[in-house]
Design a binder for this molecule. Structure first.
Ligand code: CA
Length: 247
């Protein structure tokens, strides 16, 4: 996804939310902070609006009147691979957050949340986008056994299978790979993958890491011949370590 400033001075933001109060609050609040905002109340109208004018960011309520928000997330991700997709949920059950992230969301906010928290989260994401393409003179290739990661091309290979990862999963794996064989603290991971000023729940890290492990395990099983995915060891109370022996 190009940096918003390369495309237009104001990031194009689509709100899909059926609740009048929340929708209006987001629409006017985000507008007043420089976002070019469109508000739709149903999943169908939201998808149509995204097709008509592909947004930089979508804020998607999961509880919609016409269709399941998870299905809308999946559809948005498939039609607009580069969009920054943030799901909004009143559901406190972790399973909904996981389903949303698995459907392609990059991040989530649990209602109620304040506009300033949302704005901070958006700033963090949008600031990181240009940097996501590469890290200058840092090393860009990592290999351990059948596992290979090319951060410049943003490709991950496990045996003969290309592992399809969401942006945050890739970024997380890239930070761990940069320190392969060494422990990386939760704080460092949050700072490097999300934002140095992150103040949200670090549960996002665990959810993303669990999803990353699942995708690596699945890709390893699909490889011919099957290969062991790289081991990511949980260091309780500290962080994670990508094992140099390939798992
Ligand atoms: Ca709703």
């Amino acid at each position: 996804m190009p940096a918003p400033q390369d495309r237009s001075p104001a990031p194009l933001l689509l709100v899909i939310e059926d609740d009048d109060t929340i929708g209006r609050h987001l629409d006017t609040g985000l507008r007043s902070h420089g976002y070019d905002t469109t508000w739709r109340r149903t999943g169908g109208d939201g998808l149509a609006a995204a097709d008509a004018a592909p947004p930089d960011v979508v804020l998607l309520d999961l509880g919609l009147p016409d269709v399941d928000g998870i299905d809308v997330a999946r559809e948005l991700r498939s039609r607009h691979p580069d969009v920054l997709l943030v799901i909004l949920t009143a559901r406190t059950d972790e399973i909904d957050v996981i389903a949303g992230l698995d459907a392609g969301a990059d991040d989530y906010l649990v209602k109620p949340f304040t506009l300033s928290v949302l704005l901070a989260r958006l700033r963090a994401h949008l600031r990181r986008l240009p940097a996501a393409a590469g890290h200058g003179d840092r090393e860009t290739m990592y290999q351990a056994g059948a596992f290979a990661l090319d951060t410049r091309a943003r490709r991950c290979l496990l045996g003969d299978v290309e592992v399809v990862l969401r942006p945050k999963e890739f970024d997380l794996l890239a930070v761990l790979a940069r320190h392969i064989g060494a422990a990386v603290s939760r704080e460092d991971l949050m700072a490097q993958v999300w934002d140095e000023n992150w103040f949200g729940p670090t549960k996002t890290l665990d959810v993303t890491l669990a999803s990353l492990r699942r995708r690596l395990a699945q890709a390893g099983a699909e490889a011919r011949p099957p290969v062991e995915p790289p081991g990511i060891t949980t260091l309780r109370g500290y962080g994670y370590r990508l094992e140099a022996d390939g798992g």
